[in-house]
Design a protein around this ligand. Structure first.
Ligand code: DX5
Ligand code: ZN
Length: 224
């Protein structure tokens, strides 16, 4: 099975972002950047200028997670800045089809995120417009929160749906099933078993002294 690991720089040292990105460049598949506006979530992180700088310095594709109130207005800017993928929240977008299409039209992969309490069913039809479905496994806003076990049921539902869509030839590009929040060496295998194939990990990668080794350790849990 092909998997992706996306270290979240929310847990990195913000004064040394390029070095922190370099530390995982050989082992990770993407670099996760949480853009938070102090409105959709109660935390404020980085915005477009930092992402534009990172795009020039970081070898990995940037995986932009927009925890913002108005993703319809802002998402295309991140795609145009050169992000590898841009994920918007279902709870925040007012025009998901238009915004997901605008992200793809600007050359990035498009992602749709669901908070822990948001059901999958109303969004099933939108998956044709997306390259990633992100199932939040904590409430978005902060790193180092405890993994919410009940979200695994939604990961299972999503996996069944995605497999069904592919079996009937409904797609010609992959649809990644991503989890974000509380993913560490003890929870990652359960996420994979439920059907996730893309894993965001912040504190599990950057809390220790060797981020590259931490990514390799996570990958071993899933490949095993
Ligand atoms: C939470 C963010 C996550 C965060 C995960 O709102 O979306 O990407 O960095 O951090 P950990 O892996 O520490 O739970
Ligand atoms: Zn995130």
């Amino acid at each position: 099975m092909s998997i992706r690991i996306s270290p979240s720089i929310l847990a990195a040292d913000f004064t040394r972002l390029a070095e922190e990105a370099d530390a995982v460049a050989e082992d990770a598949d993407l670099l996760h950047v949480d853009v938070m506006d102090n409105h959709f979530v109660p935390n404020l992180t980085v915005g477009l200028p930092v992402v534009e700088s990172l795009v020039k310095k970081v070898r990995l594709p940037l995986d932009i997670h927009l925890g913002v109130t108005d993703p319809d207005r802002h998402a295309p800017d991140y795609a145009e800045a050169g992000a590898g993928s841009v994920t918007i929240h279902a709870e925040a977008t007012h025009s998901p089809v238009r915004t997901l299409r605008a992200i793809r039209a600007a050359g990035a992969q498009a992602g749709l995120a669901l908070n822990p309490a948001t059901p999958l069913q109303p969004y099933e039809g939108l998956l044709a417009e997306a390259d990633t479905l992100l199932i939040m496994t904590v409430e978005p806003g902060f790193g180092s929160q405890k993994f919410l076990d009940f979200t695994l049921e939604k990961v299972r539902q999503a996996r069944a749906l995605i497999d069904q869509i592919s079996r009937f030839g409904g797609r010609d590009v992959p649809l990644w099933l991503q989890v974000d929040g509380g993913v560490n060496e003890s929870t990652i295998a359960r996420c994979a078993e439920a059907g996730a194939d893309s894993f965001v990990a912040g504190s599990a990668v950057y809390a220790g002294t060797d981020p590259g080794a931490a990514v390799r350790a996570l990958r071993r849990r899933v490949d095993a």
